[in-house]
Design a binder for this molecule. Structure first.
Ligand SMILES: O=C(O)CCC(=O)C(=O)O
Ligand SMILES: [Fe+2]
Length: 202
């Protein structure tokens, strides 16, 4: 699988931009510790093809009130943005030129935690969503595969303090995952900023 490096990758049917060092090291370290300690992390059950499993990672949802987020049979109700995430949202909006209402947080406790193949294509995100994904803590691989062309498979290594922007028609044509790994890895936090359209207006 080809490794993609920093910058915008020219993938068909996709907009992808990887910005390592988006957060200065000291800021990324502080934010990582703060979130680890203060976020009310939870492990939900998810439904896949009618069966129930514990999600293989911990999650939390922050955002503007009333904008619930439903995926894999879970409906999450957001907590208001704490100041540290409000500041981060503002700088990501400036960097990307997109607005975000909501931040979904994932905590991968170790290499056994993962996020299986999916697209961020829930209907409350609208047709061509912009997704901004910040990584903190241990580096994990992020895999991408095209839905119809099996030759198109790539990976990125998402580093501490990095920002990954996904946009355009990407969620229609590509799937992504954070696979389990046998390498000894510690905790990683991922924050994905999304725009949830006002409910009832999709
Ligand atoms: O952890 C990551 O980098 C990806 C998270 C993700 O794809 C998601 O939450 O939808
Ligand atoms: Fe995703």
């Amino acid at each position: 699988m080809e490794l993609l490096q920093a910058g915008s990758a020219l993938l068909p049917d996709a907009e992808l931009n990887y910005i390592p060092g988006f957060l200065p090291q000291g800021h990324a370290d502080t934010l990582f510790r703060l979130l680890l300690e203060q976020v009310p992390w939870r492990q939900d059950d998810i439904r896949i093809f009618g069966k129930t499993y514990p999600q293989p990672r911990l999650t939390a949802l922050y955002g503007e009130s009333g904008r619930t987020y439903t995926y894999s049979g879970i409906t999450m109700h957001p907590e208001p943005f704490p100041p540290a995430l409000e500041t981060l949202r503002n700088s990501i909006e400036e960097q990307s030129g997109h607005e975000f209402t909501t931040c979904l947080l994932n905590l991968y406790r170790d290499g056994e935690d993962s996020n299986g193949w999916h697209a961020d294509n829930e209907r409350e995100l609208g047709p061509n969503p912009a997704i901004a994904s910040v990584s903190l803590g241990q580096v994990r691989a992020f895999h991408l595969k095209h839905r119809t062309d099996p030759a198109l498979r790539f990976k990125l290594l998402l580093e501490h303090g990095s920002l990954l922007l996904m946009g355009g028609a990407m969620q229609h044509h590509w799937l992504h995952q954070v696979p389990k790994t046998r390498k000894p890895v510690g905790q990683r936090i991922n924050l994905t900023f999304r725009k949830i359209l006002a409910q009832g207006h999709q």
